[in-house]
Design a protein around this ligand. Structure first.
Ligand SMILES: Nc1nc2c(ncn2[C@@H]2O[C@H](COP(=O)(O)OP(=O)(O)OP(=O)(O)O)[C@@H](O)[C@H]2O)c(=O)[nH]1
Ligand SMILES: [Mg+2]
Length: 300
C-alpha cells in the first residue's frame, strides 16, 4: 500500500519517461544481438550519452548471461546507474548563507531562485533576494513579481546597473537585518562570452569582500531538455567560478530526462535541486533513487 501511495505522489513521476516501458517491451521478445543494439539506442535517446549507454549495455549483456530473467533487467540497470551519482557533502552553517545562481539564458535561474527562496521562507528563515540580473529591466520586474508572490524582500538597482553593486548592497542589508539566506540572481551567460564570465568572477570577489567565505553556494542551473550541451556548459562555468551544486530544471517537460547521469559521471558536482514545473512548489531536493525510479518508470 505504501509503495502504491509513493508511486502516485512521487513528484518524479512528472518526468513522463517511457524508458522503462520500452526496455521491458524490448526484452519481452526474443533476445538477440539486435536487442542490445536497440537498448543502446534507447539509452542514448534518453540522454544518458553515448559512453554511458555503451557501458550499461555491456554490463547488462554480462548480467543476462548469468541471469537471463527479464524481470531483473530494470533493477539491474537502476543499480548500475546509481554508481554514477555523487552525494552532496553537508554544508556548514553560515549566517547569512549566500547563494548565487548562474547559468545560460532561459535555463530557469530566476524561477529556481524564487522556488528556493520560497522553500527557505516556508521553513521559517529570513530570506532576502537580490536582482543581480541588471541587463534586462524585465529581469528585475520578474524577480519583483516573485518577491511579492512568495512574500520575501528584494534588493535591486537601476536597470543596467552593476550586478556586483547589487550583490554588495544585498550583503550589506543582510548583515544589518539579520538575514538567514541571501539568494543572488545573475544574467543569463553564454559560455563564449568571456566578459560575462569575468563579471561573474567579479561578483564573487565583491561577495568575498563583504563576507569572506561567501558565496557559500554557487548553483549552476541546467535545463534538462538541452541534452549533452549541458555538460559543456557546466564545464565552462566551472572554469570561471567553482560550482558547488546543480539545479536541474524542466525535468517535467523532458520525455528524455537521463541527462542527470552523464552530468554526475562527468562533472562529479552534486545535483541538489530539481525543477518540475513553473510554480513555486514545483521544486524538490534531488533524490537519486526516486529520480531513477522516475526515469525507469517506477515499475522495476
Ligand atoms: N516546465 C518548467 N518550466 C520551467 C522550470 N523552471 C523554469 N521554467 C520556465 O522556463 C522559463 C525561463 O525561466 P527563467 O527562470 O526566467 O530562466 P532564466 O535562467 O532566469 O532566464 P534569463 O534570465 O533570461 O537568463 C520560464 O518560462 C519559466 O517558467 C521547470 O522546472 N519546469
Ligand atoms: Mg533570469
Amino acid at each position: 500500500m505504501f509503495e502504491f501511495i509513493k508511486k502516485i505522489f512521487s513528484p518524479f513521476s512528472k518526468m513522463r519517461s517511457l524508458l522503462g516501458e520500452k526496455i521491458v517491451a524490448l526484452f519481452s521478445k526474443k533476445v538477440d544481438e539486435s536487442s542490445y543494439a536497440h537498448l543502446e539506442q534507447l539509452l542514448y535517446e534518453a540522454d544518458v550519452g553515448p559512453y554511458i549507454a555503451e557501458e550499461l549495455v555491456q554490463k547488462l549483456r554480462t548480467h543476462m548471461r548469468k541471469n537471463p530473467d527479464p524481470s531483473t533487467i530494470l533493477p539491474f540497470l537502476k543499480e548500475q546507474m546509481q554508481i554514477y551519482f555523487v552525494s552532496p557533502s553537508p554544508l556548514p552553517n553560515h549566517h547569512p548563507h549566500v547563494i548565487v545562481f548562474v547559468g545560460v539564458n532561459g535555463s530557469g535561474k530566476t524561477t529556481s531562485l524564487a522556488k528556493l527562496a520560497f522553500h527557505y521562507h516556508k521553513a521559517g528563515k529570513k530570506v532576502l533576494i537580490a536582482a543581480g540580473d541588471t541587463f534586462r529591466a524585465a529581469a528585475v520586474e520578474q524577480l519583483e513579481t516573485w518577491s511579492k508572490r512568495i512574500g520575501v524582500n528584494i534588493v535591486k538597482a537601476q536597470s543596467h546597473g552593476d550586478p556586483s553593486a547589487v550583490a554588495f548592497d544585498a550583503l550589506t542589508a543582510a548583515k544589518a537585518r539579520d538575514i538567514d539566506v541571501v539568494l543572488i540572481d545573475t544574467a543569463g551567460r553564454l559560455q563564449n562570452k568571456t566578459d560575462l564570465m569575468h563579471e561573474l568572477s567579479k561578483l564573487r570577489r565583491i561577495c568575498q569582500k563583504q563576507i569572506p567565505d561567501s558565496p557559500h553556494e554557487t548553483l549552476l542551473v541546467i535545463d534538462a531538455t538541452i541534452g549533452q550541451n549541458a555538460i559543456d556548459q557546466a564545464r565552462t562555468f566551472h572554469q570561471f567560478t567553482p560550482i558547488t551544486g546543480i539545479v536541474l530544471t524542466k525535468l517535467d517537460g523532458s520525455a528524455k530526462g537521463g541527462i542527470a547521469i552523464p552530468i554526475q559521471k562527468e562533472l562529479k558536482i552534486p545535483i541538489l535541486w530539481v525543477g518540475l514545473g513553473e510554480r513555486e512548489d514545483d521544486f524538490i531536493p534531488f533524490d537519486r533513487d526516486r529520480y531513477l525510479d522516475g526515469l525507469l518508470g517506477e515499475n522495476q
